[in-house]
Design a protein around this ligand. Structure first.
Ligand SMILES: C[S@@+](CC[C@H](N)C(=O)[O-])C[C@H]1O[C@@H](n2cnc3c(N)ncnc32)[C@H](O)[C@@H]1O
Length: 410
């Protein structure tokens, strides 16, 4: 790349893209990593930083989907203006002919009739620039590009960025075996952060599927980057990639632990799913410390007096029937077996939540893939403490705020 990007002290506008609902936890995660001067946006957080920050964040961040580095902003009057302005960018400064590329992004503009057309125009400008300079053109690869450019258009304002992650950062590189309804790793990391889990008390997932929540919990508790197993980063394919700097950042990341700072326990009714979890754990340094078993959730017992349950039961859209009966039993299990625990349930089934029969302390709207879900917290107080009256309040039409405290009788 130009001397510009080789200069590791130069500061760029960096955008960390995320999933709806995870903006706040991403901001908190950045603060924990030492980045407090940030702007929280819709599905993104922005900050200023160097290429060192870009490499560091690609490795360490758990709640972002991709990391963009702004290279150009301009305004346009019409579709062809986008092409013309993009022809003024010397794309040969950013990558070489032997690399495949893709143009992706988001467009919110009345100037374009078809949402994909702006990407096509930018792709054409890239190809024409290379042809004009060398007589040859680089190949496009939509699925697994080596280099990715991001185009973000709001009405007449265009921002062109390098997507330094390339493939989305939820492709952590640790998951070989996936379940029928796997959870996106970035969503899993975000949900765990939302729980404010202290990373010392037990973490239980009684519907663990292929183990995403367990694995992300272990990464968080140990301080090992969730992306430690990932090989692909698009920044390695841009001109100016500083391999030495990357090696330095990678080698200073935590990679080993002798034990876990807490118990992390997962189970699933399906033998096949638990085998998948174990297969995924096999390649991870903390894998042998995570306790897994095949059993139905109602047989899972509390360990220690306090802890968290974070779980993603089936919600009928993609798997299984008898959802209401299962949620009713889940509510009873939480109430009777998980005293002292904070139980967090993510589900896309409103009916399921209703039949749980417990009053949530918090409800957070999140997306798991394309499915709108709710992530709800149920604080299950133990015998000696005051307890939120565990009523079927949703059936009774009670308001979430008119919480009533009663002494537990049993
Ligand atoms: C939505 S999936 C969980 C996906 C998981 N979070 C992942 O990332 O792979 C729900 C899981 O609940 C399991 N399940 C269904 N009924 C169960 C029960 N009664 N007890 C425990 N697990 C059950 C299914 O086998 C499935 O793996």
């Amino acid at each position: 790349m130009t001397s510009e990007v080789k200069d590791t002290s130069k500061k760029y506008q960096i955008t960390l893209k995320t999933i709806f609902g995870l903006e706040q936890v991403l901001t908190e995660e950045l603060a924990e990593l030492g980045y407090s001067d940030v702007t929280t946006l819709n599905r993104a957080v922005q900050l200023r930083g160097t290429m060192r920050d870009v490499y560091f964040l690609n490795l360490h961040i758990r709640c972002a989907i991709s990391i963009l580095v702004e290279i150009k902003t301009f305004t346009i009057r019409n579709e062809q203006d986008l092409f013309k302005k993009c022809m003024q960018i010397d794309w040969t400064n950013y990558f070489t002919l032997d690399k495949t590329f893709a143009v992706k992004g988001a467009v919110f503009s009345d100037l374009f009739k078809h949402s994909q057309f702006p990407f096509l125009l930018v792709k054409d400008a890239i190809v024409d620039t290379f042809r004009n300079v060398s007589g040859n053109r680089p190949d496009v690869n939509i699925k697994t590009p080596q280099v990715v450019f991001d185009v973000y258009i709001i009405q007449d304002k265009v921002t062109i960025s390098l997507n330094t992650s390339g493939l989305p950062l939820f492709q952590r590189g640790y998951r070989e075996a996936i379940g029928e309804a796997p959870m996106n790793e970035v969503v899993a990391a975000g949900l765990i952060r939302m729980t404010n889990w202290d990373r010392k008390s037990p973490f239980i997932d009684p519907f663990c599927g292929s183990g995403t929540l367990l694995i992300e919990a272990a990464f968080l508790a140990t301080g090992i980057p969730s992306n430690i197993e990932r090989q692909h980063y698009a920044f390695k394919n841009f001109i100016g990639y500083d391999e030495q700097l990357w090696e330095e950042i990678y080698s200073s990341a935590k990679k080993f632990v002798k034990e876990l700072p807490c118990r992390i326990v997962g189970s699933d009714l399906s033998d096949e799913m638990v085998t998948k979890t174990r297969r995924n754990l096999r390649g991870l340094v903390f894998g042998r410390f995570i306790e897994t078993s095949v059993q139905s959730f109602e047989h899972v017992k509390r360990i220690e007096e306090k802890g968290v349950v974070v779980t993603n039961p089936p919600y009928g859209l993609r798997m299984g029937d008898n959802i209401e009966e299962m949620y009713e039993q889940l509510g009873s299990w939480m109430k009777n077996e998980m005293k002292g625990y904070d139980c967090w349930v993510i589900s896309g089934s409103e009916e399921g939540f209703k039949t749980l029969g417990l009053r949530p302390d918090r409800k957070i709207k999140v997306f798991n893939g394309d499915i709108e879900c709710s992530f709800r917290k149920y604080s299950i107080y133990d015998g000696t403490k005051k307890l939120h009256k565990l009523v079927d309040f949703e059936k009774e039409g009670a308001d979430i705020n008119d919480s009533e405290e009663i002494e537990e009788k049993n």
